[in-house]
Design a protein around this ligand. Structure first.
Ligand SMILES: Nc1ncnc2c1ncn2[C@@H]1O[C@H](COP(=O)(O)OP(=O)(O)OP(=O)(O)O)[C@@H](O)[C@H]1O
Length: 635
């Protein structure tokens, strides 16, 4: 994370006060978008003005008008080989094409998007069954089916388009399903789950919003495909002869291609304009939706990653220093553990509370299926508990299974995970047997979660206020929720709450984003707060501020906290007890002071010595030998 040292709550960069230009405005600014939209609108208007422009019914035939040249009175674009008004037929064909495109694309999008969203999000058997059904659909020869069904359809092009829409749906299904699979484990989707939003709300609000760009593009391709298919079928003579179409007009014109080539030009040119403008408009709209912020977002992310890499070593060294200094102080202090807690408690004067068992995890196992059918257990028999108002550190190196343990408690493991536990209870209630809706209620009220990467946990498409207010709307009015969030933003140290409330995630710094997520996490006054390395992605100055904030909020609200971290400095700074995790198992557990002083497990000793054995790192460099400059002075 790239935060420069900041005053708490101050923005890294002044966010633009200019409202983001809408997608519609960006579309019109793009010459391709404006041009294609102009052509499409002109063609549609031409279709609607048909009765005013053409003097004859498209099926009216006159012997006088057979192959009439362009400009013949009453036949401005001439007559075809049957003496019908070409202009009237072109205009009717536009409307037939538009209706065909709308039906074909509508059916394909409705089916493909609905089932793609469900299959991608729910996964497991639902995904397997729907994918199998859509794959099967793809193997059907749609054209043959339309031919076979033609006695039933009666040549109705609308019914044919419904059938083709169904056969076009697998493409949309695959597109949407694959995108949802990619999005469903995004951190901000997890964050929405943690906030207690229902699956329907998450799908419609977060997931559908992200996949809308490709869906819009596919609408353009599906509509143009349907128009092309309808024209092709009419060219082959399928469909009612009384329904004019670009396809049937092209077929008619072929009979006289050498004598009256213009009869072929009109329908072909209009069909090409219609299809081309729809496809180009879809592309331009997709670009307009992506917007300029996409580019700057990627650039910022790159910069953040570079800075994070540069700051990582400094951050961990400094954090370890804090832990070491605190531990050293502990060793000389008669009541060492009280030091960190006392500071927070004296600031916020908490209510005295008796400790009761809040979270109890016994013999938790999390496994993932392997190719040979077995399970690899990444959490293997973990047992731990957190009492009310207690801060427990879950510490271990990267990959030791800390996050998987936390996600098991939160019910956020991916569908393929195998989970079993002798007990997994919160306040005496078992979490193991809860339905999805019950678990959502728990997450929206009793447990809260603070993630490692604040930026990734905020949906870039919505304002901060919008995202914080959303989970609270179930229990209060929007106005009340807004007031509460503004107060909380102020409480977590954000200098200008109304501005941050109205900002998008890219307009605030990483430290502010973490404060925002902390505000969201404590908004429901949870009993248990799970913080998964909440300071790792932040720079060293902000890390200290966030730990101070967590400490004071924990004390003020009396929450139990499970602090997931790889950093013993954070443990020493914040926790009452610590459980040390290695290779999916808890290897040692105890109160922080005892473990820091007398670690019994070699792995714990190794972790602690990695913090404490800093003499070589902290040794001052030897003084520089003064050198005599050519000008005579010492340098
Ligand atoms: N979906 C998954 N499928 C298979 N293995 C997984 C999956 N998710 C995590 N794992 C594995 O589980 C192990 C524990 O991961 P976990 O994220 O809990 O580690 P961690 O201790 O939190 O590490 P870090 O501090 O880096 O986040 C890792 O080896 C990881 O590769």
């Amino acid at each position: 994370m790239t935060n420069s040292p900041l005053t708490p709550g101050a923005p890294r960069t002044a966010p633009s006060t200019k409202k983001r230009a809408g997608a519609g405005r960006r579309l019109l600014k793009n010459p391709l978008g404006a041009g294609s939209l102009g052509v499409l609108v002109a063609v549609i208007i031409l279709g609607q003005l048909g009765p005013l422009l053409a003097e004859h019914d498209p099926n009216f035939a006159s012997l006088d008008a057979i192959n009439a040249p362009v400009g013949t009175p009453g036949y401005p674009m001439g007559g075809d080989q049957y003496g019908r008004d070409i202009l009237a037929r072109l205009i009717s064909s536009i409307n037939v094409s538009l209706v065909s495109g709308a039906i074909g694309a509508g059916v394909a999008i409705a089916l493909g998007t609905t089932f793609g969203l469900i299959a991608g999000y729910v996964g497991k058997k639902t995904d397997a069954i729907t994918s199998w059904a859509f794959n099967l659909l793809m193997t059907f020869p749609a054209l043959v089916l339309v031919l076979v069904l033609s006695p039933i359809t009666g040549g109705s092009y609308q019914v044919m388009m419904v059938i083709f829409g169904i056969f076009l749906a697998p493409g949309t299904y695959r597109l949407v399903r694959n995108m949802v699979v990619g999005v469903r484990n995004e951190l901000y989707v997890d964050a929405a789950r943690v906030a207690g939003l229902s699956n329907r709300r998450i799908l419609s609000r977060h997931v559908l919003y992200v996949v809308r760009g490709p869906i819009i593009i596919s609408i353009a391709f599906l509509a143009s495909s349907a128009i092309g298919i309808q024209a092709g079928l009419a060219f082959l003579g399928l469909g009612s002869p009384l329904v004019p179409s670009f396809g049937s007009m092209t077929n008619d014109a072929f009979a006289n291609i050498y004598l009256y080539p213009e009869q072929l030009v009109w329908p072909s040119a209009l069909l090409a304009m219609l299809i081309g403008s729809i496809i180009l408009l879809g592309n331009a709209y997709r670009d307009a939706l992506a917007g300029p912020q996409e580019l700057s977002k990627r650039k910022r992310k790159r910069q953040r990653e570079q800075s994070a890499a540069a700051e990582a070593s400094e951050a961990s060294t400094s954090q370890m220093d804090r832990g070491y200094e605190r531990d050293s102080a502990n060793q000389t202090d008669a009541a060492p553990q009280a030091t960190a807690k006392e500071r927070a408690e004296s600031a916020s004067a908490p209510e005295p509370r008796g400790r009761t068992d809040l979270l109890n995890v016994t013999n938790l196992k999390v496994g993932y299926p392997q190719v040979d059918g077995s399970h690899k257990f990444v959490v293997d028999g973990v047992s731990l508990h957190v009492d009310t108002g207690e801060v427990v550190g879950l510490v271990g190196e990267s990959g030791s299974g800390k996050t998987q343990t936390a996600f098991s408690i939160l019910g956020l493991l991916p569908p393929e995970a195998y989970v079993e536990a002798d007990a997994l209870t919160l306040g005496g209630t078992s979490l193991a047997g809860l339905s999805g809706a019950e678990m959502r209620r728990v997450r929206s009220g009793v447990i809260s979660y603070i993630p490692q990467e604040p930026m990734s946990n905020l949906d870039p498409s919505f304002t901060i206020g919008n995202q914080l207010v959303e989970p609270l709307k179930a229990g209060m009015s929007r106005r009340e929720a807004k007031t509460m969030i503004l107060e909380l933003l102020d409480r977590v140290g954000i200098a200008d709450p109304p501005r941050v409330f109205a900002s998008y995630p890219h307009q605030i710094s990483g430290g502010m984003a973490q404060r925002v997520l902390i505000a969201g996490a404590v908004a429901s006054r949870p009993k248990l707060l799970i913080a998964d390395e909440p300071t790792t992605a932040l720079d060293v100055t902000v890390q200290a501020e966030i730990l101070d904030l967590l400490r004071s909020l924990q004390s003020e609200y009396g929450m139990g906290v499970l602090m997931v971290t790889h950093n013993f400095g954070v443990v020493a700074d914040l926790c009452d007890r610590v459980a040390v995790m290695s290779n999916g198992k808890i290897v040692e557990v105890g109160d922080v002071r005892t473990i820091l002083r007398t670690p019994s497990h070699p792995y714990t000793q190794e972790l602690i010595s990695a913090i404490l054995d800093e003499e070589s790192v902290r040794e001052d460099p030897p003084p520089l030998t003064p050198r005599v400059s050519p000008l005579g002075g010492a340098r």
